[in-house]
Design a protein around this ligand. Sequence first.
Ligand code: HAM
Length: 421
Amino acid sequence: MATYTPPPGTADIFADEARRWRNLENTAAAVFSRYGYGELRTPIFEYTEVFQKGLGNETEVVQKEMYTFEDRGGRSLTLRPEGTAGVMRALSGTDVMNGVEHRVYYYGPMFRGERPAAGRRRQFHQVGVENVGRVAPLIDAECIAMLIDYLNAIGITDAHLAINTRGVMEDRAPAGKLLTDYFSRHIDHMCDDCKARLERNVWRILDCKQEACRRIVADAPDYVASFSDSSRAYFAEVCAALDALGVEYTVDPLLVRGLDYYVHTVFEVTHGGLGAQTAIAGGGRYELFLPGQKKPVPGVGFAAGMERLLMVQDALGIAGAPAPVLPVYLVGLGSAARLANLKLAGELRRAGVRVELELEERSFKAQLRNVNKSGALLAVIRGDSELERGVAVVKTMANGEQVELKDSELAGYLTDFARKL
Ligand code: HAM
């Protein structure tokens, strides 16, 4: 049979898989709420300038990967490529400008026009958090520790955390010059992308994956040493707090992250079980301009790619929860019995019992086949003669035992049975 597949880089998620997604979401809600975070749901599309301004016009995401379209009034809209900018736009209507801290978490689909590959989708899903309004090294450390808590809670206990500092905006120019001077001397031996980066954003040279470039990057000057004392002290405090919390990490001066809004702490979590796309989560401290504001608002946060979390769980052999057992299947022979079953099913469902039943006219044999397929523990069977006598046969599927119950006992019996499972 021909299949009609969804667009490249998107996927349908059926029930068995969706249960695993639900588990990632529920665990996120449980862990993050213990840290005082509340859920925020923002629109899936925003005015394009929210991302242009928020992420920076020079970032690869904004330049090449956004899904942008016009609304009916001719205003440019964009499907959100990440969560931070929309969260900040939403918070712009709150007291966050007065230094009041907001802790929010979110999950949902994000959209980037990337080349699809394993672990790289055009519609992918993130679970993320933002802690907005305050600046302190301990806030950064707490945020990172919470990410590790979350990963542990979903069974990912062997991921690798890398951290680095980007300093503050004033540190950028002198450090950038140091790097520009160094790479200018070697640029003839570097890839075309790096040649362009030298002009546009020298920092991105640091995470070039080309072997020749990596060799040159390995000898790049220690730009963090050129940061101000206070920036370096900030980072030292983050590291000391992580040490105190027992969070393991490596400091990686080549970690700069792809989005322009970062200052101070940046971090990324990788896992070997992923193949080429090794980052399962990334984040850091940032300063973002809220619409209409002259002063940037500080925050720290992260996002984890849910498809990638599932891939790591697969690699670790962490299976999703099995489908819940079905306690009861109602078999009806004749239209009066089917209607009685539909009524009973409603009563049981309102009492919290999962029930399936046959609503069309089917032979007894066909209905029993469906009972077996459904994995139901009990089958309730009735036809015209049982209806007349006000009884039904309850069959235990595992051993074939049957009992006859009065109609008036049926709902209570089945509800008790389901509760004990
Ligand atoms: P990001 O590093 O661009 O950061 O994305 C975070 C995570 O989303 C990645 O580590 C990866 O797991 C997942 N991801 C990104 N692109 C794709 C894709 N095309 N397919 C599958 N998964 C993907 C951010 O988005 C920032 N907003 C994180 C943040 C929050 N920083 C501060 N607060």
